[in-house]
Design a protein around this ligand. Structure first.
Ligand code: PLP
Length: 424
């Protein structure tokens, strides 16, 4: 049965319309051979075109100096504008709703400054349990900034005992339970630990129905799943570009602010000159006039070098299209799910905690081990398989549709079956 399943990989690769994209990335090597890379959810691979894109900006800086702001081939003055169309297509937004800027946690703080406006009675923030540390620190520090007690004001929602998913009903009930005191619902699009893809529109509707704002952290969702941000109705979203978006370590982040807030000069925000209307930006003494849309939240002039790598990567997303990327993700991760399920067989000490329903997950599968998890991880690593370990007990495996093949998943399956025998 496992052999039958694994033998299908070649046919699946032959029929894959995105197969050629693998050659557009640099694959790391171990002992002179390509590794099996399944960590695009942590750091995506380098697009081959990234080098030329960064070199072009270095050249123009060398040639033009300060005049490059207006005279370089991609003028730095308006550089950030090149990202609006491709990012909008990736996150399902209108171009003026998105902006490439800063990094994820910085953007999360900027968004909370505007959309977490607690009052004496409405001040709680609802988040998923076991949330990524940076998000928790950001939430805790925002609560303290406004003088609230973290214990009382940060509501963490855990899956029911013995389960790993947060059900839609559980989320909406929690929102209703805190209806009058809830100021903000802040959820991941895809949970970094379990890999669950949440129903963003349902969460946004439920939050708005009780008068709370809603924001999404798309660190593990951007470039992975179709989030349809505009239609979700979310007030804001933030993401990083170095995971599924393959834009390099520490790459430039992004933010979405829904169109209904585009010209709200009344919103409190931490302002900087790049968020000011271009027409008056250089009248240095002028009072701050936010520019329309997400651009009005920019603080500083664009970070050209990391953004050049981002541009090279987004070109690949534009070429492949999120529809095709999503279709392949479902097929590839579904294949991995079947292979791993077959290998785990009747064992009760290992399990996939990521939802079985393809509509409730993205590329990542989280394998939870009651025992020997770390030894399995180390043995896989020694074989040139790049997966990651998340304390206390999970190996995350994320086949990325732009550069992983079905054959990679089949090879992973063969190694995993052997390693489980060895470590037993
Ligand atoms: C990766 C990740 C981050 C990283 O934040 P940076 O500000 O980019 O360092 C934050 N939150 C979540 C949920 C993540 O997955």
């Amino acid at each position: 049965m496992l052999q039958d399943l694994l033998s299908r990989a070649e046919d699946l690769d032959a029929a894959d319309p995105l197969a050629s994209f693998r050659s557009r990335f640099h694959m790391p090597q171990k002992d002179g051979r390509d590794v099996l890379y399944f960590t695009g959810n942590s750091l995506g691979l380098q697009p081959v075109a990234a080098q030329a894109s960064v070199d072009l900006e270095l050249e123009d800086w060398r040639v033009w100096g300060v005049d490059g702001h207006l005279r370089s081939r991609n003028p730095w003055f308006s550089y950030h504008r090149m990202f609006k169309e491709p990012l909008a297509a990736i996150v399902g937004a209108l171009p003026h709703e998105v902006v490439a800027m800063n990094t994820l946690t910085v953007n999360l703080h900027l968004m909370m400054i505007s959309f977490y406006r607690p009052t004496a009675t409405r001040y709680k923030i609802l988040i998923a349990g076991h949330e990524f540390p940076s998000d928790r620190y950001a939430v805790e520090s925002q609560l303290r900034l406004h003088g609230h007690d973290v214990e009382q004001a940060m509501i963490e929602l855990e899956p029911a005992p013995g389960t790993f998913e947060l059900s839609d009903a559980q989320i909406t009930e929690a929102i209703r339970e805190h209806a009058d005191s809830l100021a903000l619902v802040l959820f991941s699009g895809v949970h970094y630990y379990t890999g669950q893809f949440f129903n963003l529109k349902m969460i946004a509707d439920a939050a708005h129905a009780v008068g709370a704002n809603v924001g999404f952290d798309l660190a593990h969702a951007a470039g992975n799943v179709q989030v349809n941000l505009h239609d979700s109705g979310a007030d804001f979203a933030v993401w990083c570009s170095y995971k599924y978006l393959n834009s390099g370590p520490g790459g430039v982040g992004g933010a979405f602010i829904h169109e209904r807030h585009a010209d709200r000069a009344d919103l409190v925000r931490l302002a900087g000159w790049w968020g000011n209307d271009e027409a008056t930006r250089f009248q240095m003494a002028h009072a701050f006039q936010p520019t329309y849309g997400a651009d009005g939240w920019q603080l500083s002039n664009a970070q050209i070098l990391p953004m050049a790598a981002h541009k090279a990567s987004l070109d690949l997303f534009t070429e492949a299209g999120m529809d095709r990327i999503s279709a392949k993700r479902d097929a590839l991760t579904g294949f991995a799910y079947d292979v791993i399920t077959e290998i785990f067989g009747t064992r009760t000490d290992v399990r996939i905690i990521t939802p079985a329903d393809p509509a409730r997950r993205g590329a990542q599968l989280s394998l939870q081990f009651d025992v020997h998890g770390r030894a399995v991880f180390d043995a896989l690593t020694a074989r040139g398989i790049v997966v990651d370990w998340r304390n206390p007990d999970v190996i995350r495996v994320a086949p990325a549709p732009l550069y992983n093949r079905f054959a990679d998943v089949a090879a992973f399956g063969r190694h995993l079956a052997e390693v489980l025998q060895e470590v037993a």
